[in-house]
Design a protein around this ligand. Sequence first.
Ligand code: HEC
Length: 284
Amino acid sequence: MKNKAAQIALVLMPLLALCAPPKPPSSAKPPPAPAKEKEAELDAMILQLASLDAAVREETAAKLIQKGPAITDKLLAVRKKTPASAAAIDAILEGIWTVPGKRVAETLETLAAWDPRNPESTDRTWKTLTELRGKAVLFLEHVANAPGPRQAAARDALDNFRAVSRGESLFFEKAQCASCHKIGPEGKGTGGPDLAGIGNAAEGKAYQRFLVIGHQMSGADYLVESLLDPDAYVPPGYAKGTHPDLREDLSLSGDQIKSLVAFLQALGGKPDLASIQIPSSENK
Ligand code: HEC
């Protein structure tokens, strides 16, 4: 039996070479791409990889994901095109989710539901992270659809991600929140406070409210109150009565308000649908 590192290298190197983007042609006339052959070879590699013992497979999977999205895209594309390879590719993807100690799965779950518009974001990191988030969602969809140890966690993460996406489009489109609120580098609204980092700041704000009103309040409760009863607390420098009523003025449903809160949580914090309670009288 060869040592583990050698086994990994044996499978990984040709796989990476196969998945690499095509080199620019050196002469005027590029040779025709042997697409079919290349794909068959890739399938064979993947099947070989899947037949190795679990430890090797997992480590290879971890290395694959670190090598970037092109390879993972390829794996998913081959899986779709060649049903025969599905089981093998599932084994590789499952490997990515069970790599011990690497926290790849947790990172993906966090990434998928995290909004990159935090106060430290520059245009460049924002773009990169948005791209990464897209990739993370691809994986989540895959894992959420296949029985496995992380299926339930992946489904929760996807639910959160989808709520954040709905909230994000409400914020910028139908509800026009961005006409008053900017978020870090995005937007011009100055009628209300900059909401960058509000998902992280909400706990502290809830505690300040607790000191005044005398009953416990979570960060999620604070955000819900900000939307449903904006005059209950007005940050310094702003006037009462300026905030639109989300139900009366904007006719938003309880679910839409929930999605907006999930989006606000994702601004610097972790969205968690289970933590968001919309009072039933408001939930229409
Ligand atoms: C007409 C301008 C305006 C619009 C539109 C508006 N807001 Fe506000 N928002 C404000 C002002 C002013 C405040 C601060 C005063 C207050 O809380 O009423 C505020 C406060 C907030 C806060 C609390 C911020 C903090 O630091 O505590 C949140 C959260 C918020 N708005 C979310 C939203 C969302 C979500 C929407 C879209 C549904 C929205 N706002 C639409 C003006 C606006």
